[in-house]
Design a protein around this ligand. Sequence first.
Ligand SMILES: Nc1ncnc2c1ncn2[C@@H]1O[C@H](COP(=O)(O)OP(=O)(O)O)[C@@H](O)[C@H]1O
Ligand SMILES: [Mg+2]
Length: 361
Amino acid sequence: MSKLKIGLVFGGKSPEHEVSIISARNIYNAIDKSKFDVTLIGIAQNGQWFLEQEENLQDVACVIGKNKIQLATVFGNKTNKIIRLDNQAFLTDLDALFPITHGPNGEDGTLQGVFLQLDIPFVGPSVLGSAVAMDKDFTKRILRDAGIGHAKGITFYKHEIDNISFDATAKELGTTLFIKPCNMGSSVGVSRATNETEFKNAIEEAFKFDNKVLVEQAVIGRELECAVLGNEFIEASTVGEIVMQKGFYDFENKYKNDNAIITIPANNLTENQLTKIKETARKAYHALALEGMSRVDVFLTDNDDVIVNEPNTLPGFTSISMYPKLWENSGLKYADLIEKLIHLAIQRHQRDTNLQRVRIG
Ligand SMILES: Nc1ncnc2c1ncn2[C@@H]1O[C@H](COP(=O)(O)OP(=O)(O)O)[C@@H](O)[C@H]1O
Ligand SMILES: [Mg+2]
């Protein structure tokens, strides 16, 4: 069988640009090269697309676009969809794209829309699921509608900033509050506040990253994560846990120190708790129109309530990332996971290609 041609898409116009490069390096190194030929497509911080060489990806100081081989997309073509601007040569036609871009512009449906326009199968959720799951306000509305546990919250818009009061918010949600930009990731712009000054600073910080900010009641419980994959048939992995030595899982604790201990599988979960978490993760995935893959992050309270915190539609694939590790622990090896995700992308594309797009007769 001839090899499938995969475009690995990484970087992106996002605060999680560097994390994406590390994820892509891991995927590139793990993918079964006897089955897949990989073309590297890097998206620079300014949004330009470049054809990248392996050498640059492997470099810890990787800067996308160093070789200046810029790419452009051509819509509507059956073949010849991506062209090099340096010599006007089209890239070899790709069988599927594997975007491993995180946060806004990578995980929020905008890039997925480009892939749909190019008519190339792609890994991970499509436009609707990506957009809804990226927006913490919309995620909450869907979870609420589907009867899935979620933290109570209030959404504020930037033009309302002068009317946002700690006292009024605390009256609704309690005095320990989490403040977050609705569309972000990696805990960028997320704060915990317990008084008016902290609250005011947190609101200002969150509004730097989005015009819409979510304030949530603090959930007291264990922080757990479940890896989910599938299109129509949804599978959930074992459950992992983030145990914080101090504070919450903010940017520093995620990437800069050893405060967060990741345990796979989570210790001391009863069979019932495990089943409930996996079922909730699958239910949330389905309700949010997710396909391909997502990591569903939840809290488990002392009463055994499962509260969905958020889905991550293109979760990290670094060597310490939870998503691939959860699958590995569930018996699906890193390389097999990559292969499965690619086949899910192709299956979905075939399914959707069979839909009638024009009215006949
Ligand atoms: N309502 C909440 N109650 C308790 N902790 C929370 C709450 N919301 C967020 N956190 C903490 O903040 C972290 C980051 O928030 P999250 O909503 O996951 O943002 P991001 O999308 O940036 O990862 C979580 O991993 C958790 O540790
Ligand atoms: Mg999170």
